[in-house]
Design a binder for this molecule. Structure first.
Ligand SMILES: C=C(CC[C@@H](C)[C@H]1CC[C@H]2C3=CC[C@H]4[C@H](C)[C@@H](O)CC[C@]4(C)[C@H]3CC[C@]12C)C(C)C
Ligand SMILES: C[S@@+](CC[C@H](N)C(=O)[O-])C[C@H]1O[C@@H](n2cnc3c(N)ncnc32)[C@H](O)[C@@H]1O
Length: 377
């Protein structure tokens, strides 16, 4: 009487097992391939590469980077090697940034009721108004990353934008994004060092840098180059990473936070807010306006970092699984851990108010600059 019931039970169990297996495969696929892709889709977890570094060299490159930027600030500061290590840094982090943050590698004030994506775009479009970018002008993006800001600024203003980055891998990514966004007619990307730019004197109508000049060992070198390539009367705006007036060098917590930011972001040494204006004037600029865009009424720029904590854990599990499966090269877990630590220090810097990534300075190259320069020789 019970005989027909047994096979039915076995079939039911098998069906349950098969369904569970299928669901598990589906969840794994979703976890590995779909989830955690950048806000503007383009990078997925399974596509993480380490820039132009070959798989077997990732761990070595990370070790070299870490031992260089862990050194006392005074020895990093003056080193001629900084641009090469910054290049290594971006080989290591570019894909992780795109995957976990998007195509714009900077912060923005959080705005109530506004998505991160919109807040980012508005922070970028502010540049258009500040430097008066418009159709027919050619604008320089100093330290352009993979071109998120460049595309927003070209689309909004109608200007042609030329970006420069030291990292060859970013050049390839930026050009691919430009083509995909059908902005390759307006946006151009060049690989080079912003301390010695491959551009003619007085060749740009305007210029901007978003969270990039902090990588220069001496700010006067990059500001001097920007001054050189700008046309007289041209405007330049920069969003600078600086310590604020609340920073106390005698407070060990402050020092630990700032050093943590420097180590994890390839910075030769953060400058103080009040130094920026003097450097701009020293190279010849007139300073039109200077303001910390992080101050109220702006919402906290670090809230996006805090909200992302759960996602960082998921990402940590993902990169660990992918390293075990040999999909990602060895060393990615360490790089990811370094970024996690950096996010902690950046958040602390924001919460204590000792650090801002958006000290805005707007400068003009004097209209009679070339005349002045010629007559002084
Ligand atoms: C201007 C610079 C970069 C600023 C930011 C774009 C990046 C600073 C710290 C980065 C991140 C920290 C944590 C990562 C997280 C652990 C990972 O799972 C996903 C990516 C992060 C969120 C990553 C994204 C970019 C940053 C916010 C510097 C270099 C001058
Ligand atoms: C944090 S990213 C910001 C990128 C971009 N401005 C954005 O907001 O998305 C800093 C950029 O500066 C570039 N950079 C740093 N040092 C450089 C140098 N010496 N010459 C050229 N580019 C440099 C990096 O390659 C990177 O593209």
């Amino acid at each position: 009487m019970h005989l027909p019931f047994l096979p039915f039970k076995a079939m039911e169990t098998a069906a349950v097992l098969w369904t569970a297996a299928l669901v598990a495969v589906g969840v794994l696929y979703w976890f590995l391939c779909l989830m955690g892709s950048a806000e503007v889709k383009g990078k997925r977890a399974v596509e993480l590469k380490m820039g132009s570094i070959t798989r077997d060299m990732v761990q070595d490159n990370y070790a070299q980077y870490w031992s260089f930027f862990r050194r006392p600030k005074e020895t990093v500061d003056s080193s001629e090697k900084v641009p090469a290590f910054v290049d290594t840094f971006y080989n290591l982090v570019t894909d992780i940034y795109e995957w976990g943050w998007g195509q714009s590698f900077h912060f923005s004030p959080s705005l109530p009721g506004c998505s991160h994506r919109d807040a980012t775009r508005l922070h970028e479009e502010r540049v258009v108004d500040l430097i008066g970018a418009r159709p027919g002008l050619c604008i320089l993006d100093v330290g352009c990353g993979v071109g998120g800001p460049m595309r927003a600024i070209a689309a909004r203003s109608g200007s042609r934008v030329v970006g420069i980055t030291i990292n060859e891998y970013q050049v390839g990514r930026a050009r691919a994004h430009n083509r995909k966004a059908q902005l390759d007619g307006k946006c151009e990307v060049v690989c080079g060092n912003f301390l010695q730019m491959p551009f003619e004197d007085s060749s740009f109508d305007g210029a901007y840098s978003i969270e990039a000049t902090c990588h220069a060992p001496r700010l006067e070198d990059v500001y001097g180059e920007i001054y050189r390539v700008l046309k007289p009367g041209g405007l330049y705006v920069s969003y600078e990473w600086v310590t604020t007036g609340l920073y106390r060098a005698e407070d060990p917590d402050h020092v630990e936070t700032i050093q943590g930011i420097e180590r994890g972001d390839a910075l030769p040494g953060l400058r103080a807010q009040e130094q920026i204006e003097g450097v701009a004037r020293k190279v010849g600029f007139e300073v039109v306006e200077e303001r910390d865009l992080a101050l109220p009424p702006s919402g906290p720029w670090w809230s996006r970092l805090k909200m992302g904590r759960l996602a960082y854990w998921r990402n940590h599990i993902l990169v660990s699984i992918m390293t075990v499966l040999r999909i990602a090269p060895k060393g990615v877990v360490e790089v990811h851990e370094m970024l996690y630590e950096t996010a902690r220090h950046l958040t602390r810097g924001g919460e204590t108010g000792i650090f801002t990534p958006m000290h805005m300075i707007l400068c003009r190259k004097p209209i009679d600059a070339n005349h002045k320069a010629n007559s002084s020789y």
